[in-house]
Design a protein around this ligand. Sequence first.
Ligand code: NAD
Ligand code: UDP
Ligand code: UDP
Length: 324
Amino acid sequence: MPRLYESRKRILVTGGAGFLGSHLIDHLLEKGHEVLCVDNLFTGTKRNLEHLHAQPRFEFIRHDVTFPLYVEADEIYNLACPASPIHYQHDPVQTTKTSVHGAINMLGLAKRLRCRILQASTSEIYGDPTVHPQTENYWGNVNSIGPRSCYDEGKRCAETLFFDYHRQHGLEIKVARIFNTYGPRMHPSDGRVVSNFIVQALKREAITLYGDGKQTRSFCYVDDLVDGLIRFMDSPAAFTGPVNLGNPAEFTMIELAELVLKETESSSPLTRQPLPQDDPKQRQPDIALAKKHLGWSPRVDLRQGLKPTISYFRSLLSDVGVIG
Ligand code: NAD
Ligand code: UDP
Ligand code: UDP
């Protein structure tokens, strides 16, 4: 079909009702594009999109990506997949199906449309890493039969499919390995560490430290991450990735708990709980590749990014009368 507006693209975002997807959609709409959001609302919510009600360039389809999808688009961001351990372990078979069948369907769609497609891959590709910080050429240390495997191996297989469609069918692909990202619109009961600690601190409940709290993660603010995804999608075709996107500043979970207590002005005590099986001990992205090819590095540090995140949870909890 001839295009009326050359600079305006029709962009499909799967998983667009979720945390990252809804921010990505906001940024794409701000750039003047049309956005089609496809989501089965398993972990996402229409609340994340309700501010777009009157936006004529936005459309929503409730659909499960494990089933074929026939729509028109110029670009695809494939984000559909539960991302937090309690969500992806709720129905592990469905998690693998979403990653693998979802990738096949979205790649088949991109192949028919001859359009570019970006995969939201993950630092979980590296498992419990023995190389630190993680570079893209590290192959990882992943358990194939544990409780995290449905997510880790599903995402690894999706990467394989992306590169096979690229080699076999000449598809233009982009594979982004996203490290722990946080910000407004995280699900308050997704069990992730940032949302758990903030909600617990605001409710004046004990902060649940798993294990000795010395394991590390590197937290990226959502606006930085979305900027990285869009730059990557817009980068030259030859740069397929995989590329790490994350904030290299690394914190222990004890340090995170202390910062959250300070920023929420809470005096909640810390309490120890058992470390979940296969919980990675350390994680930090090497982002040299993203800096070189995308001119990208994160700008928002953890203290800055926690402020709007805490405000979000504060208003969410007071709206439902959980806090005063
Ligand atoms: P999220 O759970 O908030 O969003 C995922 C969205 O996908 C939800 O709206 C959910 O309803 C939808 N979905 C799940 N299964 C689906 C299916 N079968 N069909 C259609 N929609 C489906 O999680 P998020 O944090 O926004 O993560 C988005 C993507 O980024 C995921 O692919 C995740 O693996 C990846 N990622 C996120 C992080 C992070 O720290 N947030 C880190 C690494 C990778
Ligand atoms: N597919 C889809 N939308 C399309 C084209 C394909 O959902 O517009 C799905 C379809 O289910 C198909 C899968 O993508 O099985 C893989 O497509 P591909 O063309 O690679 O393989 P084939 O059709 O030969 O199975
Ligand atoms: N964690 C914790 N308390 C919580 C939730 C998580 O100490 O209430 C720990 C968890 O064991 C892990 C880290 O925080 O070491 C990050 O967990 P999250 O589920 O956010 O992300 P992932 O493990 O997938 O990186």
